[in-house]
Design a protein around this ligand. Structure first.
Ligand code: S3P
Length: 429
């Protein structure tokens, strides 16, 4: 288990591109594999999570050519996948496991999904239960709550489902099962979660209709392979946005970032905190909005965050906590209990780390209160095996007094290979 030591920076300067969007990369493989014809994907994220999805589809007979730049997925149509002869290992990836659970429930074969110790501890009933209502047969530990999941493919029927959580993984799993069901499947959620599945499925020819509060998908419609360009991941860009805001004398330009409105909560939150962020050169690529983002150092102030903003920034809260630690006043986050069931309990993990850095943090069941301060201290931070906790504490280290050592940073490779080099490449000493 490797650790990194980060020292204070004098500024961040330059132009960067971050790796491809993780959510869109997963979906390009999944949807391309069940489309008819070839899907060519550029900008694919070569992180461990998306590669786990790629390996799973190769194990189900899908040919994927890779010249190092472009993936060419030879789609097999809705009913062309073949039974994998071994368990499918999703590694650390909740997206792989939950979306695959929906897709595999409608196949005419048996499959088993497993993952690392963190993924095997995460809740799966949220997909197993609705897919069960569709006639799907998924078994798992603790009555289907935990992986490994064993899936006997079967005929599915369309349902109307009110999801108790705003989760794109739940919504997408049901949509994928819905593709294999007779009739129209309808899903409602409390607040809208990221809509990459809706956009990409529509782009590939599925019958998908988004409405206020939910989405409808028609069953048994074949998809057609197309070119997909994956934009930079706003969740990866977020570490650089916060770093450039909190380190004085910084100006960064982050090129080609996905700015889908269901993902831009981070920009809205940082702007509300007083952050100087500008979206430039806004455009659309393969059905997804893209922009360059210019960020300049800013004095931040504490704000209150809740409601629809929470799912729109769900992966960014660890680094938002770092921004809040350096803001003037208190930041209050509520309605974010989902953070407790991410790769780790991100509320507890950030509270532990920030307290070590001298920050006053109050943990709440569904969020936290963070009292901002002028200067935090270097500390021995823990990743808890969670990539976003590790990267957030490295960003904190850029403004801390003394050195910050972050333990067990290997997990960063799940979403952001090359993070350290990219960060150190723009740091001024
Ligand atoms: C994702 C959805 C979110 C997010 C995860 C990726 C996706 O999870 O946290 O990193 O690709 O659909 P939930 O659906 O559990 O909120």
């Amino acid at each position: 288990m490797n650790s990194y030591t980060v020292k204070p920076a004098k500024g961040l300067k330059g132009e960067i591109k971050v790796p491809g969007d993780k959510s869109i990369s997963h979906r390009s493989i999944m949807f391309g594999s069940i489309a008819c014809g070839i899907t060519r994907v550029t900008g694919f994220l070569r992180g461990e999570d998306a590669l786990a999805t790629l390996n799973a589809f190769r194990a189900m007979g899908v040919e994927v050519e890779d010249d190092g730049m472009t993936l060419a997925i030879h789609g097999k149509g809705l009913h062309g996948l073949t039974e994998p002869s071994d368990v499918l290992d999703c590694g650390n990836s909740g997206t792989s496991m939950r979306l695959l659970a929906g897709l595999l429930a409608g196949q005419n074969f048996f499959s088993v999904l497993t993952g690392d110790k963190y993924l095997r501890a995460r809740p799966m009933k949220r997909v197993v239960a609705p897919i069960g209502l569709m006639g799907g047969r998924i078994h798992g530990r603790f009555g289907g709550e935990k992986a490994p999941l064993a899936i006997q493919g079967s005929k599915l029927k369309a349902i109307e489902y009110d999801s108790p959580v705003s989760s794109a993984q739940v919504k997408s799993a049901i949509m994928l099962a819905g593709l294999y069901a007779n009739g129209e499947t309808l899903i409602r959620e409390p607040h809208v979660s990221r809509d990459h599945s809706e956009r990409m499925l529509r782009y590939l020819g599925a019958s998908v209709e988004s409405f206020d509060g939910g989405v409808k998908i028609g069953g048994d419609v074949e998809l057609s392979g197309r070119e997909i360009s994956v934009p930079g991941d706003i969740s990866s860009a977020a570490f650089f946005m916060v770093a450039a805001l909190i380190v004085p004398n910084s100006e960064l330009l982050i090129r080609g970032v996905g700015v889908n409105p269901t993902r831009t909560g981070i920009i809205d939150i940082l702007k509300a905190m007083g952050g100087d962020l500008e979206l430039l050169n806004q455009r659309e690529e393969s059905g997804e909005p893209v922009a360059d983002i210019r960020v300049r150092s800013s004095q931040l102030k504490g704000i209150e965050i809740s409601g629809e903003l929470v799912p729109r920034a769900i992966d960014e809260f660890p680094v938002i906590c770092v921004a809040a630690s350096l803001a003037e006043g208190t930041t209050v986050l509520r309605g974010a209990m989902e953070l407790r069931v991410k790769e780790t309990d991100r509320i507890a993990a950030m509270a532990t780390n920030l307290r070590k850095a001298g920050v006053e943090v109050l943990e709440l069941p569904d969020g936290m209160e963070i009292i901002g301060m002028e200067r935090i201290s270097g500390c021995m931070a823990e990743s808890f095996g969670d990539h976003r906790i590790a990267m957030s504490m490295m960003v904190a280290g850029l403004v801390a007094k003394g050195e910050t050592r972050v333990s067990d940073v290997d997990c960063i490779a799940t979403s952001f290979p090359g993070f350290r080099d990219l960060l150190m490449g723009v740091v001024q000493r």
